[in-house]
Design a binder for this molecule. Structure first.
Ligand code: FE
Ligand code: FE
Length: 190
């Protein structure tokens, strides 16, 4: 499947608004890749597919997580997290992506993880700050993205965590661990 076919296929699986978000993530991921020395083609590929499963029926996502023996712990957490794991599965098994780094960047684009690769950081950050995003703190994230992937991402996670706190919602522990790990990386780089 070539790039155009992939784009058409992904676009057909989501409302126009989410497709516009995906385009924003593609463009932002390419800019960040160029700025921080990652391969823009890998960043774009992960961005095209990152939300492919976002609008799949919940039951289909759950079935794939169970049948494919993906991360069962996700089933106990917010359904918003499921599309990343299922999207990574789709990238590999439906779109034939063989680059494990790209598959992982899709898998961890919502939660982050300990030991995020540069590509993970770029896709996650692009998802936070693409031009269509509007949440308290997004301008700060964009500002920081010019100086440090890690600082920008910490600011992104901070807004997610603050939002979840304000709504009395559970916080996915992996996101806390990912944030702590980024803080650690920043300390070590000082
Ligand atoms: Fe997503
Ligand atoms: Fe997204």
């Amino acid at each position: 499947m070539n790039r155009e076919q992939m784009i058409e296929s992904v676009k057909a699986q989501m409302p126009e608004k989410r497709w516009q978000h995906t385009v924003g993530v593609m463009e932002t991921a390419v800019v960040l890749a160029e700025r921080y020395g990652e391969d823009p083609a890998r960043a774009e590929l992960a961005a095209i597919l990152h939300d492919v499963a976002k609008y799949w029926p919940i039951a289909k996502m759950e079935q794939i997580i169970r049948d494919q023996r993906l991360d069962f712990s996700l089933l106990a957490h917010d359904k918003q997290l499921w599309h990343s794991e299922v999207g990574a599965w789709s990238a590999e098994h439906e779109y034939g992506v063989t680059d494990q780094g790209v598959i992982d960047a899709i898998r961890y684009h919502t939660s982050g993880r300990v030991g995020m690769t540069k590509l993970d950081k770029i896709v996650c950050l692009a998802d936070y700050m693409e031009p269509g995003r509007d949440f308290p703190g997004v301008d700060r994230v964009r500002e920081l993205s010019g100086e440090s992937l890690e600082r920008a991402l910490v600011a992104g996670f901070d807004s997610t965590i603050s939002f979840l706190l304000s709504k009395e919602k559970a916080i996915f522990p992996v996101t806390i661990e990912a944030r702590n790990d980024l803080i650690q990386q920043l300390r070590e780089a000082e």
